[in-house]
Design a protein around this ligand. Structure first.
Ligand SMILES: [Zn+2]
Length: 54
């Protein structure tokens, strides 16, 4: 679980939208991408982004 204050400060690195906390990763609805969370730290880097294809 990511601290809500941190979540509010962080935005998607592509579109700057707010991210959704999905416990094991963060999601951007606008870009349809996810950011992995490792050791409680979101990996907010381009080469760790994965696409959400539901
Ligand atoms: Zn985005």
């Amino acid at each position: 679980m990511i601290d809500k204050d941190i979540l509010n400060i962080m935005g998607c690195i592509r579109c700057k939208s707010k991210l959704i906390d999905k416990e094991d990763h963060l999601e951007c609805d606008q870009c349809n991408i996810g950011y992995p969370i490792e050791d409680d730290i979101p990996r907010m880097v381009e080469d760790r982004i994965f696409s959400l294809n539901d």
